[in-house]
Write a protein that binds this ligand. Structure first.
Ligand code: SF4
Length: 63
């Protein structure tokens, strides 16, 4: 299964991923994006979030 993950060392809190897929990403207490529901959007939306992150902090992982 393909899931998205956020690398917290790359995330700069741009919050674009949260706007694109609020059902998947949210900012944690440190202001960094985290995946709270990997199945909260379809694959095309997740790919759009990956492509839109200015810091390339989001990627696919195979589970
Ligand atoms: S778009 Fe990228 S930098 Fe911005 S919050 Fe999401 S993962 Fe972090």
């Amino acid at each position: 299964m393909r899931l998205v993950r956020v690398d917290p060392t790359l995330c700069q809190s741009a919050e674009i991923c949260v706007s694109i897929a609020p059902g998947v990403f949210r900012l944690n207490d440190e202001g960094l994006s985290e995946v709270y529901n990997p199945e909260g959007a379809d694959e095309a939306t997740l790919q759009q979030a990956i492509d839109s992150c200015p810091f390339q902090a989001i990627s696919w992982v195979e589970e």
